[in-house]
Design a protein around this ligand. Structure first.
Ligand SMILES: [Zn+2]
Length: 341
């Protein structure tokens, strides 16, 4: 196949993308079919965007790197289909670890089907396989970047890695994590126990709760001594942008297993009423104060998450009405905070 022919007539055959297959995964399979590397294939198809200096990571390929128009013409797949296969942008960096489902890859191997990378695995919110309902296995992102063929997907993941202490010590529920994951990945208004929430509200709530859950874990670890568990979650900001150009910033651990632990806990709090929870039915006074000071909770959300914090907000409002903003208000407010132990 010459470059001129490829550009004029398109590719004579391309494999069909799998359900939820990532664009880069499918392009790796197309390139392999023609005995090419990924970059040479895109160059021959004239699909590299002007200004895209080089192809950094196969898994990050989106419309900023390839021309969807040129790719559509070359592969005879609609642009709309190609656009939905691209990952949501994750800036300024990808998490240190992403997740993949070993069982999905094993099922494909046993069925003699091609290995594919699921686009949903690229989100920092992805912790559980939507098909099998089990926690994803961690993949070092730098290791994933070295993959050159789809057959190498299985080797990229850390096979049968032992569960970390966090997962051993605290029973966390994959169904809670999966429930939250579905809400976060929906990127539309979703129904939560207290009512509908916009995506931006959900992200703010998840961030606030992740901070509290993480602070409890950090406190418990430091109480055991730093050598008892050397994993202090490194929380980073990830700016996510969907195809609809909705941007949100989430603050989560960069390591997958720590994200799984945090998000399963957050999912548990948001999913279950206080009296049905097995954890976080009550919060420390520090958490109560911090949750109360996190502004703009949607109606009913704070009383669901932490009734004591909702009560504190009400009492603070009463003080403000009574004293207005005055020295006496600040004295009364300080006394109110001091009373929460
Ligand atoms: Zn799976």
């Amino acid at each position: 196949m010459t470059a001129a022919v490829a550009r004029r007539t398109g590719l004579p055959f391309v494999p069909q993308p799998g359900p939820d297959e990532l664009l880069g995964s499918w392009l790796l399979r197309v390139a392999q079919l023609y005995g090419l590397g990924l970059a040479p294939l895109l160059e021959r198809l004239g699909a590299l965007q002007t200004g895209a200096a080089q192809l950094h990571h196969w898994f990050a390929i989106d419309a900023s790197i390839v021309s969807m128009e040129a790719l559509s013409a070359a592969t005879h797949l609609p642009r709309s289909v190609l656009a939905t296969m691209a990952p949501s942008a994750c800036k300024p960096h990808w998490p240190e670890e992403l997740g993949a489902c070993e069982r999905c890859l094993a099922d494909a191997t046993h069925a003699a089907e091609p290995l594919m990378w699921n686009r949903n695995w690229m989100s920092p919110w992805a912790t559980v396989c939507g098909i099998h309902g089990t926690f994803l296995t961690s993949v070092a992102t730098r290791r994933l970047a070295r993959v050159r063929h789809a057959e190498a997907f299985g080797a990229a993941i850390e096979s049968a890695a032992p569960a970390p202490e966090l997962l051993d010590k605290d029973a966390i529920c994959a169904s809670d994590a999966l429930w939250l994951q579905a809400l976060c990945l929906a990127r539309t208004a979703v129904r939560l126990p207290w009512g509908r929430s916009r995506p931006s509200d959900l992200v703010r709530i998840v961030n606030a709760l992740a901070r509290e859950v993480n602070s409890v874990a950090t406190f418990e670890r430091s109480a055991c001594g730093p050598s008892a568990n050397g994993q202090v979650p490194a929380v980073k900001d990830f700016a996510l942008e969907s195809a609809a150009c909705q941007r949100s910033v989430t603050s989560l651990p960069s390591r997958l297993r720590q994200r799984q632990w945090v998000l399963a806990k957050v999912g548990h709090v948001l999913r279950w009423a206080v009296d049905a929870r097995t954890a976080h039915a009550s919060w420390s006074s520090t958490s109560v104060k911090r949750l109360a000071s996190t502004g703009d909770w949607p109606d009913g959300a704070l009383s669901w998450v932490c009734p004591n914090a909702a009560d504190l907000v009400l009492r603070q409002d009463e003080l403000r009405r009574k004293h207005s903003i005055s020295p006496s208000y600040f004295r009364a407010y300080s006394a109110l905070l001091a009373s929460i132990q």
